[in-house]
Design a protein around this ligand. Structure first.
Ligand SMILES: Nc1ncnc2c1ncn2[C@@H]1O[C@H](COP(=O)(O)OP(=O)(O)OP(=O)(O)O)[C@@H](O)[C@H]1O
Length: 367
């Protein structure tokens, strides 16, 4: 369980590599015991953030605090954090067991042999590599190796775990399974964890809180509900949810509602902007339903349908725009392109954004 004490605090971290700015005044607060997911696209600065916490990179400016103590001048080994890189450094010629045991041989974490064996067996079991312990790591698959690397981090007690895409090499099924199990591992439950991913599904599934990083800065921090229902801008809204959020261009109408550019879509929403302001309205596919029902009604024609297992993604043409929704398969039987359809929008989850600009995505200005 997380407390309100800050375990990992980054204050105004700036880090450049030559002309590249990797971190641009990054601020981060991870609470004690919290499982915090740092989500962002490739090159956003996720790995640099972890390395800075671990002391493997020195910031050009700003401070790293662990449990409230300034870490300037404190060596990585003395910071008490355990880090798992995406490009894991394992000993290829040694067995998986030896690799898992090596952190427990360091003077600080040395355990009686029987205790070490029990701990390794328990972690290996949880990670599903119990049967591979005698095999040299060099002979394991990427996914198996990745689990050994993760085990190596979790096997010893630490002040915080820093995990960099630890499930990226697993196939979809194993990934989903490990995701479910990872948070249940006792060591993880009791230890502050900073977890890096570019996968929004993973962040939503795992994070007690999520920090969205872009161009070396955190643009939004919040619980999954906050990030989902109150995204700070269109880019955060687009990052979460598949199919993606529908964003329709239009303007604030005289009555304060939304009117699409072609006049075909009008939706009630209270905008914190004056009439005429160019905006994007955001409707998540799950807040649109086929047919009549409670909510605001729209009419359009079927553009395309795509089966997604038990449900179907239906793309509907509304004037010049397209919107996607996900409907139960039974409700879509017989739908053909160009068929007229009625849609119902649940107005309570509508989001309103400023129009996107070349220099920055549109900020949320209403809901
Ligand atoms: N050692 C380095 N030398 C030069 N540039 C670097 C170095 N490490 C990182 N960078 C640059 O800093 C920026 C941030 O990199 P970082 O690895 O932190 O991003 P990331 O979000 O972890 O990306 P990915 O998901 O691809 O791993 C990138 O532009 C990267 O090219």
């Amino acid at each position: 369980m997380s407390s309100s004490r800050t375990a990992i605090g980054l204050r105004g971290i700036r880090k450049t590599y030559g002309k590249t700015t990797a971190l641009d005044g990054l601020e981060l607060d991870v609470k004690e015991g919290e499982f915090f997911c740092l989500l962002g696209p490739s090159g956003a600065g996720k790995t640099t953030t972890l390395k800075t916490v671990a002391g493997l990179e020195q910031p050009d400016s700003g401070t790293v605090e662990l449990d409230g103590k300034d870490m300037r001048g404190v060596e990585p080994y003395d910071r008490g954090v355990a880090m798992c890189f995406e490009s894991y450094a394992l000993y290829p010629h040694r067995s998986a067991y030896d690799n898992l045991a090596s952190p427990l041989r360091s003077p600080r974490h040395r355990l009686p042999a029987a205790d070490a064996r029990d701990r390794i067996a328990a972690i290996a079991e949880l990670l599903g590599i119990g049967g591979l312990l005698d095999r040299p790591v060099g002979q394991l698959s990427n996914g198996q190796r990745q689990r050994v690397a993760l085990g190596r981090v979790l096997v010893r007690p630490a002040r915080a775990f820093l995990l960099d895409e630890p499930l990226s090499h697993l196939d979809a099924k194993l990934r989903q399974q490990m995701r479910a199990e990872l948070k249940a591992i006792g060591a993880v439950q009791n230890t502050t964890t900073l977890y890096v991913t570019h996968d929004s599904v993973e962040a939503l599934a795992l994070g007690d809180r999520i920090g969205v990083i872009r161009d070396g800065r955190i643009v939004q921090t919040g619980t999954r509900e906050e990030i989902w229902y109150q995204p700070c801008d269109t880019e955060v809204a687009r990052a979460f949810g598949r199919p993606r959020i529908n964003l329709l261009p239009g303007a604030v109408a005289a009555d304060g509602g939304f009117r699409s550019a072609d006049g075909k879509v009008e939706l009630p929403i209270s905008a914190a902007a004056s009439p005429g302001t160019e905006v994007l309205i955001g409707v998540r596919p799950r807040d649109l339903a086929l047919g009549e029902g409670p909510g605001h009604e729209l009419t359009g024609t079927v553009y395309v349908t795509e089966v997604l297992g038990r449900s179907v993604e239906v793309t509907v043409r509304l004037g010049e725009q397209h919107v996607s929704l996900v409907a139960p398969r039974a409700d879509t039987a017989g739908l053909r392109p160009d068929d007229p359809v009625r849609l119902t929008v649940r107005p309570e989850n509508l989001l309103l954004f400023e129009a996107d600009r070349p220099e920055r995505p549109g900020r949320r200005i209403g809901r």
